[in-house]
Ligand binder design. Sequence first.
Ligand code: DAT
Length: 172
Amino acid sequence: MVLPNILLTGTPGVGKPTLAKELASRSGLKYINVGDVAREGALYHGYNEEHECPILDEEKVVDELENHRAEGGVTVDYHGRDFFPEQWFHEVFVLRTDNSILYKRLETRGYNEKKLGDTIECETFQVLYEEAMLSYKEGVVHQLPSNMPEEREDDRNQILRWTEQWVKAHSP
Ligand code: DAT
């Protein structure tokens, strides 16, 4: 059975791995966290002093993930500029969280003031949603609210239903 590839994106703190791991435990979708892949393979080319984080080597990340996405059935979790080839993903889900809730989640992470402000601004200006809309065809990108646990349950069920339909439509 062939499974679709999903991109799960959104500002840091919106709940991507929490949702993606739940999806993985309830379906055949394999969870891939781009940050973890980069860390394991040291796929960086520098360090961002202002945000206190390493700079991703996007080409190497694409090479590293190519085999997984070719097999199908992956949920890729990434929060930054979309550098993946467009045809990799069958559906893109952008998680969205209200700023007051997001602020509290990020505060507990110990972000410095600059990083906290920039991250909140990123969500306010829906940077990742806009980027996804520019990168993928109409109808591929969906926004999902991620403020409360009940919403996560709805999001999970929505993605699982979509996956089932996709599998049916692509079965011989
Ligand atoms: P991300 O990797 O996108 O930064 P995460 O999965 O680490 O996000 O989640 C950040 C925090 O928010 C974590 O403590 C779990 C919590 N969380 C995620 N989704 C949520 C939701 N729908 N309702 C309430 N809390 C949520």
